[in-house]
Design a protein around this ligand. Structure first.
Ligand code: KG4
Ligand code: ZN
Length: 351
């Protein structure tokens, strides 16, 4: 089976061709980061227009690199939720057009489901795969939650807990902004944290010690804002900025690792999987691996290309649906909400 996947939920236009068992034949990602950087965040209207401009060439490139024609694919999969509706609409309309014109089944995919099964993508590297059930930490600019995944189907995924307010990546980006590090802040904070002293400005992630799988990242962001307002020492400002990055990152990684492993223990699960853009964070990758090993668990951290937004994961999640005989009608709609039932109530801060 060959599936063409299309992704346009946020600020990456992606198209990929993947086989039914997850082999990535092509994976093209056109990032809009430079476009949005000047505004310090994603501007939805600009995102839609840029998707519209790039989606055609990106799809063509994905087919060319995979050496397949549209006529060769068995299904067209597309992210139709959750995300920016205007951005999603671009991918959904293109997928409908291609599927209709070529007489192929159309398969809608939930972006979060795509992330949760991205660990099964085969990019030619030697790898081990998790067994079901596994616990997954999905941590990106828009989402932060822990899931129990019982089988390779969307209806076998249960949210165990998530953030009550900001996503962890959003907090990384806001801290980067507060420290004048540009957008997106995550990768820069990661780089500077490696040279900083995490004990100089001690910060603790809220809800670290609560016996719940819920998290909160808005308070710690406020504490960084207070540190910056109080004035970082000007004599060694660069050093102080690195120290703030190190404390912030240590606190966030601490709570993410602790809650993920707590979830796995509570459910008697041995395999934990990391996904989402923040999975690029080096401290998170290594700490999760070490902490899991110390408890006799196995941590699976997919290659970066599988963690950040991409269409290969959408094609693969679409292939799982297509193999099960599922497909969508031409009335498939773009919507901002995930199909995964939420258990975490939003907006109660860290109490
Ligand atoms: O999954 P993704 O590419 O897009 C969505 O949000 O869906 O994730 C992007 C997020 C941004 O918030 C970015 O700052 C963060 O991932 N990020 C990182 C790192 N690389 C990307 N955060 C911390 N450390 C990193 N190395
Ligand atoms: Zn994502």
């Amino acid at each position: 089976m060959l599936v063409l996947g299309i992704e346009s939920s946020c600020d990456e236009t992606g198209a990929a061709v993947v086989t039914g068992d997850g082999r990535v034949l092509s994976d093209v990602v056109q990032s809009q980061v430079a476009l949005h950087a000047q505004y310090g965040g994603v501007v939805p209207e600009l995102a839609s227009r840029d998707h519209l401009k790039n989606v055609g060439p990106v799809v063509r490139e994905a087919l060319t690199r995979a050496s397949v024609r549209l006529a060769d694919v068995d299904a067209v999969a597309v992210t139709h939720r959750p995300g920016l509706v205007g951005a999603l609409l671009v991918g959904v309309q293109v997928a409908k057009g291609l599927a209709w014109a070529a007489g192929k089944p159309l398969v809608g995919v939930d972006h979060l489901v795509g992330h949760l099964f991205a660990v099964f993508l085969d990019r030619g590297e030697v790898r081990e795969l998790p067994g079901f059930p596994f616990v997954a930490l999905l941590v990106s600019g828009g989402h932060t939650a822990i899931y129990l995944v019982d089988a390779p189907r969307a209806d076998a995924i249960t949210e165990l807990g998530g953030t009550r307010d900001d996503a962890a990546g959003e907090a990384f980006d806001k801290v980067g902004k507060l420290l004048g590090l540009g957008y997106p802040g995550g990768p820069v904070v990661d780089r500077l944290a490696a040279t900083g002293d995490p004990t100089r400005f001690p910060l603790e992630a809220p809800m670290l010690h609560t016996k719940t799988l819920e998290m909160s990242f808005s308070g710690i962001k406020t504490r960084v804002a207070q540190l910056v307002e109080a004035g970082l020492p000007s004599g060694d400002r660069a050093e102080a900025v690195a120290d703030v990055c190190a404390s912030f990152q240590a606190a966030v990684v601490d709570v993410l690792v602790k809650k993920t492993l707590f979830a796995a223990e509570a459910h008697g699960v041995r395999d934990v999987v990391l996904g989402g853009g923040v999975a690029a964070n080096r401290a998170l990758r290594s700490r999760l691996g070490e902490a899991a090993a110390a408890r006799g668990m196995r941590a699976f951290v997919p290659p970066l290309a599988s963690c950040t937004d991409n269409a290969a994961m959408i094609a693969y999640a679409g292939a799982l649906r297509a193999k099960a005989g599922e497909r969508d009608g031409w009335d498939l709609v773009a919507t901002s909400a995930t199909v995964l039932p939420r258990v975490t109530r939003k907006g109660r801060g860290d109490r």
